[in-house]
Each structure stands twice: as structure tokens, then as C-alpha cells.
Write a protein that binds this ligand. Structure first.
Ligand SMILES: [Zn+2]
Ligand SMILES: [Zn+2]
Ligand SMILES: [Zn+2]
Length: 171
């Protein structure tokens, strides 16, 4: 209830695309940062590309409303191609870039070790008692680094998206 509805909402259905965005995009009541009729909170600023029509939508409900075919997730063999749009800054991320942000911990199994011994010890012996205040999160309003956020503009992404990422990305 915080944000009043703006007049910038636009509904676009196939075959048209929303010309406010640099990528082909459609959806229902889409605002300039890709919020939509279904996902409308401050952090819902991501649009996902679908494998079926290679067009970006704020969510799968938008896809179904804007087209008349069944949605298909972005295929795994194309995870190195742009498949996620940050509505805040307009940058596109590859599926891998986007997904890696929340799967790094889970991936720490199996595969050959890419990192050698990166102990990261610095030559300086300055382990003095500075109270480790990190420069990040100075404002406190940002998501923590472990949360989903745009790597380009640092806009927070909805962490709830990962609960249904299988709708958007081939498993
Ligand atoms: Zn489609
Ligand atoms: Zn939607
Ligand atoms: Zn961004």
C-alpha cells in the first residue's frame, strides 16, 4: 500500500512489445521498472526471458496473459545468454549471472576445484583492533550481499523469486 499506482502502467500483448525497454518485453500493467499487475512490491524489478518466445515478462502470469501459448523456461544450454532484465537500471544479466547469486553455496560440491588455495592473507600484519566496520550497507536499506540484487546497480531483487525459479529456468 506504500506506492500509489502510477499512470505509467502499460499492458502489452503479442505480437507487440513494450517500446520503453531495450529488450522485447510484454506484460500486464507494467511500470517503468517492470513491476506488473501480479508482482508489485519495491523489489519486483526483474523481468525474465522465456524460452518459448524469447521475450521478457515480469512474471509467468504476464506471459500467459500476453500470449496464447504455454510458457517454457529459459533453456539450460543457453544460460550464458541474457535472460534477465533489471528493471531498475535496464541491464541484462545472463541466466548464469542471475542464478549464481543464490546458488554458490549449493554448487560447492563435485566439480573440480577452480580456486586453488586462496587464503587471501595479506602481507600487512595490521590485525589491529579496528572494529571491522564494512563500508557496505552504510545506508542500511540495501539487501545484504547474500540476497538477490542487481550486480550492476545494486537494486534489490525479490528473494522470493527463487522459490519458483523452475518456472523461468530449466532445471
Ligand atoms: Zn512464450
Ligand atoms: Zn505479471
Ligand atoms: Zn540493475
Amino acid at each position: 500500500m506504500g506506492t500509489p499506482p502510477t499512470d505509467d502502467r502499460r499492458t502489452t500483448t503479442a505480437p507487440a512489445t513494450d517500446d520503453r525497454f531495450a529488450v522485447p518485453l510484454r506484460g500486464v500493467a507494467v511500470d517503468p521498472e517492470t513491476r506488473c499487475a501480479h508482482w508489485d512490491s519495491a523489489v519486483d524489478v526483474v523481468a525474465l526471458r522465456f524460452g518459448c518466445c524469447e521475450t521478457y515478462y515480469p512474471c509467468d502470469a504476464c506471459h500467459d496473459a500476453a500470449t496464447d501459448h504455454e510458457a517454457e523456461p529459459w533453456p539450460r544450454d543457453r544460460f550464458d545468454e541474457p535472460a534477465v532484465l533489471c528493471g531498475a537500471c535496464g541491464a541484462t544479466l545472463t541466466a548464469r549471472e542471475y542464478l549464481d547469486r543464490d546458488s554458490e553455496a549449493q554448487r560447492a560440491s563435485g566439480s573440480r576445484t577452480v580456486s586453488g588455495d586462496s587464503e587471501g592473507r595479506s602481507p600487512s600484519s595490521s590485525r589491529t583492533q579496528s572494529d571491522d566496520s564494512e563500508p557496505r550497507s552504510a545506508s542500511g536499506s540495501r539487501a545484504s550481499p547474500d540476497d538477490d540484487a542487481c550486480p550492476r546497480c545494486d537494486a534489490a531483487f525479490n528473494p522470493g523469486c527463487r522459490a519458483h525459479r523452475d518456472r523461468y529456468f530449466e532445471a
